[in-house]
Design a protein around this ligand. Structure first.
Ligand SMILES: C[S@@+](CC[C@H](N)C(=O)[O-])C[C@H]1O[C@@H](n2cnc3c(N)ncnc32)[C@H](O)[C@@H]1O
Length: 211
């Protein structure tokens, strides 16, 4: 199943000129949630090879902008400022983001960030959740009140705690599992909607919705 889904989307990405199969995940989520519109400022974490940045840059148009960060190099894209380095590097990489965005408020953070998968379940789970926690920290310091966050996580250890942190920062949190993600069993996207002006003290214990 995994092979089949992967293969289909890889071929489709080639045909349509997208840099990654992941592009289809963002296209599908955006179709449903209308996250990205013209004029927006978007931050894309874990952006290489650039499928998500490509989609986001096209949608925000010339009146908007995308700031993309990745450990690995990324070929240039129109309307995208790329910063190479780790999202954990506060002094250098995040400082560059701060300087680049200047007084522009960030409307949306998208993060498809993942570590190199070791194949050791618990290790990979811990790494993915650590990157998600870091994404949330960055989001908390850049995102405008009312803005949204789309972040990849794995369901497993640390997921519930992360969800509580998301709920403290956003008025609503929902799950998204796009078609192109079907072959990747525990991968899921969390969408935080409408960043609160002030983080809630304790997150409400509500059931998680995919609506
Ligand atoms: C699944 S890929 C992203 C694909 C991308 N969304 C696209 O559509 O082309 C995950 C990326 O996360 C990056 N990454 C992993 N750890 C990182 C870190 N600490 N800082 C920045 N990027 C990181 C990897 O280098 C990799 O390129």
């Amino acid at each position: 199943m995994r092979e089949h889904v992967n293969d289909f989307y890889v071929q489709q990405a080639k045909r349509e000129g997208y840099r990654s199969r992941a592009a289809f995940k963002l296209i599908e989520i955006n179709k449903r949630d209308r996250l990205i519109v013209q004029g927006m400022t978007v931050v894309d974490l874990g952006a290489t090879p650039g499928g998500w940045s490509q989609i986001a840059a096209g949608l925000v148009g010339s009146s908007g902008h995308v700031y993309a960060i990745d450990l690995l190099p990324m070929a240039p894209l129109r309307n995208v400022t790329f910063i190479q380095g780790s999202i954990d590097d506060d002094d250098n990489v995040m400082q560059q983001l701060r300087t680049a965005t200047g007084t522009r408020g960030v409307d949306l953070v998208i993060s498809d960030i993942s570590p190199n998968i070791s194949g050791i379940g618990l290790v990979d789970q811990a790494r993915v959740m650590a990157l998600a926690e870091r994404t949330l920290e960055i989001t908390a310091s850049y995102l405008k009140p009312g803005g949204n966050l789309l972040v990849k996580v794995f369901q497993g250890q640390g997921f519930e705690a992360f969800l509580r942190s998301m709920r403290a920062l956003f008025a609503e949190v929902v799950t998204r599992k796009p078609e192109a993600s079907r072959g990747r069993s525990n991968e899921i996207y969390l969408l935080g909607k409408r960043r609160r002006a002030v983080a809630a003290a304790a997150a409400p214990a509500l059931p998680l919705s995919s609506k």
